[in-house]
Write a protein that binds this ligand. Structure first.
Ligand SMILES: C[S@@+](CC[C@H](N)C(=O)[O-])C[C@H]1O[C@@H](n2cnc3c(N)ncnc32)[C@H](O)[C@@H]1O
Length: 256
């Protein structure tokens, strides 16, 4: 009798199906409720914490100095949805925000809203390029970005796609910035990753059938960042979210 070879235990990210994910996202409403899975009210505290995180990151060692920070030149909001973060954070800190999002109805909503707004340039910055692609297919322009923001969307990429994507982001960072004297940005731009963390007691990533995504554990993120040649320069756990939600961690990354 021959023994049949057993298939390797399948990894959660091997179940990711981009077509299924896109049909899920196309079925939800183009508003904060759709973006945030029925928790639209967390948006405010999320944006406030992100704004403080980013200001601390930019000030670097000069945290005590409270003068206004100059605008970043060019940033990207990745997996941007309807541009919740673009409007609520990035346009306030950057001259130009490129938007990368595969679902056209979300970016159409953002563009419509910007066209209808009295201040088309936004409070500070304006929308630059709008790119309707999944991040697995997006190639950032080399050396172009002061900041590449990724929030609540990287679970749609497999581990292998994520490593490759982050390597491309690393190449997409501006090498050194003239605008942020004193902060980390003397060493160039940052990639920010803000994502849910797996709560699995066996420390596994968790696959979600509904939107075909994975929720990774902190250790997995660290492994992926290392493989992509990135180091964590700052990291923070989100506070003030409802207890029933996953823990959320923000990582700021720069090339090793
Ligand atoms: C939970 S929403 C978050 C939107 C936005 N980042 C925010 O925090 O408001 C997830 C977003 O990821 C997008 N998405 C789905 N598949 C993606 C992919 N392969 N690459 C990039 N974004 C993707 C969805 O269309 C959706 O807009």
């Amino acid at each position: 009798m021959t023994i049949e070879p057993q298939p390797p235990t399948s990894l959660p990210d091997s179940a990711i199906d981009h077509t299924h994910a896109l049909s899920y996202w196309n079925s939800v409403s183009s508003d904060n409720n759709g973006m945030l899975g029925g928790y639209p009210h967390v948006s405010l505290v999320d944006l406030k914490s992100s704004s403080i995180f980013l200001a601390k990151l930019r000030r670097g060692k000069q945290r005590a100095v409270k003068q206004t920070l100059p605008p970043l030149e060019r940033v990207a909001d990745c997996g941007a949805g309807i541009g919740r973060i673009t409007k609520g954070l990035l346009m306030q800190v950057a001259r130009r925000v490129d938007v990368v999002e595969p679902v056209e109805k979300f970016t159409d909503e953002l563009v419509r809203e910007m066209e209808g707004s009295a201040d088309k340039e936004g409070v500070g910055g304006r929308i630059g390029e709008v790119v309707n692609l999944g991040l697995q297919d997006w190639v950032p322009e080399m050396g172009a970005y002061d900041l590449i923001w990724n929030q609540w969307c990287l679970g749609h990429l497999t581990d292998a796609q994520l490593v490759l994507y982050l390597r491309r982001c690393k190449d997409g960072l501006r090498k050194s910035s003239a605008v942020d004297g004193g902060g980390y940005s003397e060493k160039g731009g940052w990639i920010v990753v803000k994502e849910n963390l797996s709560s699995d007691v066996k420390k596994r990533d968790l696959y979600d059938e509904e939107d075909s995504s994975v929720t990774r554990q902190d250790e997995k993120f660290k492994k992926v960042f290392k493989e992509a040649g990135l180091k964590i320069v700052a990291s923070e756990l989100q506070r003030g979210f409802p207890k029933e939600l996953y823990a959320v961690r923000t990582y700021a990354l720069q090339p090793e």
